[in-house]
Design a protein around this ligand. Structure first.
Ligand code: C6P
Length: 418
């Protein structure tokens, strides 16, 4: 999303009915200490629409059963809903075939599945390339894989605005690079990386590409075939679905040969006391009883999200971040951390003489939920020279009025800190 003036965007998104969206999220009518909740912690997790809550309740009320194993109608129905959810995800991200979608507990597990396989292939002299803006979930697995194998971890730098330094990325990419692992969108700064062109460069040197899509997926911009990557990892709870469920998408040919992750029931075809033959995709990566309700809930969340006018959604979010940025720039003593030209609805900031934790606490007293700290991107904070930031992150149900409430509350916070 390119930053435009908020007034200009307001005209464009007049047909986006944010009130009718809000009404579908029961939690948004909660009060905190007598004040209406202003929920601006959407990069941590999004709230859930009633249809997702209903899908979970309905599953447990009407067809709770284990999947794939049962010889009765409840098991058939649970399996049908669970596999139907996989179809929804596959269509949403434009997978070539449904078998490419593996259920995981979230982005973290999805990345670890790939790292586990890669650590059986890396050798001394090989390199893995990440960026300075990675979340711990897309850094530590590669760090550990490199330590284990003697490969080396390369880190592409960012500039002062929190954008990837493309020259440095190019310089660090070589025939030694076995994998490029990068965020679609930075959770701490909101920066949107040009993943399609970066992927093309990585493919040109023969590297595999994994995209950490935890923050990309909620902005309706995922088309895995168009991106050209090999793996795309994401979580249900960042896109209006339940926690504890997510997916790894990978190219079928790769996943077929990729080392299995966990072993046990469901992921096998034949077992003897001495050996086992792995199941076909996607089940070879889905050992044990899965999070059936979670998968069904995530399917419903994506069905719901995908039914919205995605252009209007993008412009609504762009309007919110444009307004927040304008007000932040005019706010004496506030520094925006992360000024990428192309960013999502994330405003990370610092206020003179105020620790981020104090800002978060004082906003919370006013009914406003944000996140503070290093946002699980501690090395990034070190690179930016800050202990952490205060982060307001917007979603489709936030309003311009809530942006104004945030800045009125921040004026009070500033006075209190002084
Ligand atoms: N970021 C945030 O407040 P899980 O926990 O597996 O669902 O997602 C991990 C993860 C991986 N990559 C990125 C870019 C992320 O933003 C996250 C989760 C949350 O920013 C919680 S730390």
């Amino acid at each position: 999303m390119k930053l435009m003036k908020s007034e200009a965007l307001e005209k464009v998104v007049m047909n986006f009915d944010v009130e009718s969206i809000r009404q579908q999220f029961p939690i948004l009518s909660r009060e905190v200490d007598g004040k209406s909740l202003v929920y601006l912690d959407n990069a941590a997790t999004t709230q859930k629409p009633q249809c997702v809550i209903d899908a979970l309740v309905d599953y447990y009320s009407t067809c709770n059963s284990n999947v794939h194993r049962g010889a009765h109608f409840l098991a058939d129905e649970a399996t049908r809903r669970y596999e139907g959810a996989r179809d929804i995800i596959a269509k949403f991200i434009n997978a070539s075939v449904r078998q490419e979608v593996i259920w995981t507990s979230g982005t973290t597990e999805a990345i670890n599945i790939v790292a586990n396989g890669l650590s059986q292939q890396l050798q001394p002299g090989d390199e893995v390339l990440v960026t300075q803006m990675e979340h711990h979930a897309n850094l530590i697995p590669w760090q550990q894989a490199c330590k284990k194998t003697g490969a080396s971890l390369q880190v592409a730098m960012i500039n002062e605005d929190g954008e990837l330094d493309i020259d440095d990325f190019d310089a660090k990419l070589s025939s030694k690079t076995k994998l490029v692992a990068m965020a679609h969108v930075s959770n701490a700064l909101g920066t949107i990386n040009p993943i399609k062109s970066l992927t093309a460069k990585a493919k040109a040197v023969g590297a595999l590409v994994l995209i950490d899509g935890a923050q990309g997926v909620a902005h309706g911009m995922v088309n895995v075939q168009d991106i050209g990557c090999d793996f795309y990892a994401f979580s249900g709870h960042k896109v209006f679905g339940p926690t504890g469920i997510g997916a790894l998408w990978g190219k079928e040919a790769l996943l077929k040969e990729w080392p299995v992750w966990q072993t046990g029931g469901e992921m096998i075809q034949v077992v003897t006391y001495q050996d086992a033959v792995w199941n076909e995709l996607p089940y070879r990566f889905e050992a044990g009883t899965p999070h059936i309700a979670g998968a069904i809930g995530m399917g419903e969340a994506i069905r719901w999200f995908d039914s919205l006018d995605m252009e209007a959604v993008k412009q609504h979010e762009a309007m919110l971040i444009a307004s927040a940025t304008e007000q932040a720039e005019a706010f004496d003593g506030l520094t925006i951390i992360g000024n990428a030209k192309n960013k999502t609805g994330v405003l990370s900031f610092a206020i003179e003489s105020g620790h981020p934790a104090d800002i978060g606490f004082l906003l919370d007293r006013q009914g406003i939920a944000i996140r503070t700290g290093h946002h699980c991107a501690e090395p990034l904070m070190g690179r930016l020279g800050v202990p952490g930031t205060a982060r307001a992150s917007f979603s489709i149900y936030n309003t311009l009025q809530e942006v104004d409430i945030l800045f009125e509350a921040l004026q009070k916070v500033k006075k209190m800190l002084a």
